[in-house]
Design a protein around this ligand. Sequence first.
Ligand code: SF4
Length: 206
Amino acid sequence: MMIDEETNIILAIDTALHSFLERRRHVYANIQVTDLCYCLRRAYFNKTMPNTNNDTDIRLVVGILLHDTILNQLAELLHGVTECLTVYVHPLNNDEFLTIYGMCDLLTDNYVLELKTCNYPPNTPLNSHVMQLNAYLAMFEREYGYLVYVSRNDIKKRIFRIDFNEELWNKTVDRAITLYNCLKHNQPPEPEKSGLCNLCPFKPYC
Ligand code: SF4
């Protein structure tokens, strides 16, 4: 049966959105900072069952495009570099090494900036975002950074300055060691229940 032209156009749009998100959803085998700031069990499943999340969420596409547009302009105006990648190496007891990869949004001579697009900017910074930025402060050796929230609805902005917290960084490294051992022994970490569970593609496994 011939597929009509309108169906072809709709299929082409769906394919474009799906492939855009697929490129952005790349799952790294190595441990990333972002793996450590949410549920470790979800990070584990993301690495061991990477094809589970195939939804094409248009809000995600809009968020990514807005994020990239603002970030490129910020880099130019604030004389920073976007998407800087670095790696932190932590020796373990058994002659092995734990490596944590981190890619910050914007790195300047003085600070790290993380940009978050959201529906409504929060009144206080989210703990997961603080942990993420704090890890970049450790890895890029900066004393402070900024969490910048921009609303997808009305471009409302909220900015929080975050100072480096060594205790939080140590906790982040401990979480990385937990995830490393779970991946090594094929043992999923314990569930970390939160409001994010409702959107989690691995909910049936918890
Ligand atoms: S459903 Fe909740 S606890 Fe389970 S993996 Fe997802 S985020 Fe973690």
